[in-house]
Design a protein around this ligand. Structure first.
Ligand SMILES: [Zn+2]
Length: 237
């Protein structure tokens, strides 16, 4: 959701501060398991304030239950744990920037041509144990298929070989909105580089933990994971 206020307004969504652009534009979003009610609080320059209660609609997600699987114990080697800590730290800091720009405002385009092969919010329950939900939109196509910036921005993370994600790019679209694209075969942009919407940034692959070539596209508002499919322009589905 986005809106406009006078630029000297302060805004919070529950206890999270919401950045306001110099044009007065602000943006926020809700995740898969958002509370049913949240409060948007405005504090105006003259000291007055206002609260708006937001009712968040329920939504069904695909849940797949698989039982009778042989128990599997996987103990990652310690050097993986250390490497993972570095990688997740890089992802966190890439997403922590609040760039004062609104490059998401013209909408998003599909980052690759291909078949949607995995959806936001879906979850598997293996032997009664819920796994963490899938937070990306997967687009499957042959290795080497171009991947485009879904909206303009600045590249905050670019790496060829993360353990789980493989080739990964994080693009900062401004005010806390970021796109993450991974399992890339090649990554052709550098950290700090500015990209235009639709500009090629890499290619589809099956790097990291992937069962076949696809790009996993995620969109965040700060640490809140949003459904990329809801952001695609009309005709892009
Ligand atoms: Zn995926």
């Amino acid at each position: 959701m986005w809106g406009t206020v006078s630029a000297d307004t302060k805004i919070w969504l529950d206890d999270q501060p919401v950045a306001v652009h110099q044009s007065g534009v602000f943006v926020f979003g809700f995740g898969r398991d958002a509370a049913a009610t949240m409060t948007l609080r405005f504090e105006y320059a003259d000291g007055s304030g206002e609260e708006v209660s937001l009712q968040i609609a329920d939504r069904e997600f695909d849940i797949e239950r698989v039982n009778g699987l042989p128990p599997k114990t996987v103990t990652p080697p310690p050097e993986w744990r250390d490497r993972r800590k570095v990688e997740t730290g890089r992802v966190r800091s890439a997403r922590s920037v609040q760039m004062p720009e609104t490059l998401w405002i013209d909408g998003f385009l599909k980052p690759a041509e291909g078949r949607f092969s995995g959806f936001y919010g879906s979850q598997r329950i293996l032997n009664g144990e819920p796994r963490s939900p899938h937070y990306g939109l997967d687009i499957a196509a042959v290795t080497g298929t171009p991947v485009y910036a879904p909206a303009g921005g600045v590249v905050r993370l670019s790496a060829p070989d993360f353990l789980l994600e493989g080739g990964i790019i994080i693009v900062d679209h401004g005010l806390g909105v970021t796109s993450t694209l991974f399992h890339l075969d090649t990554v052709t942009v550098e950290e700090g580089q500015r990209v235009q919407k639709g500009e090629p940034i890499g290619t589809i692959g099956a790097t990291g933990r992937a069962s076949g070539p696809h790009v996993d596209w995620r969109v965040n508002w700060k640490s809140v994971r949003l459904d990329p499919l809801l952001l695609l322009e009309e005709g892009e589905h």
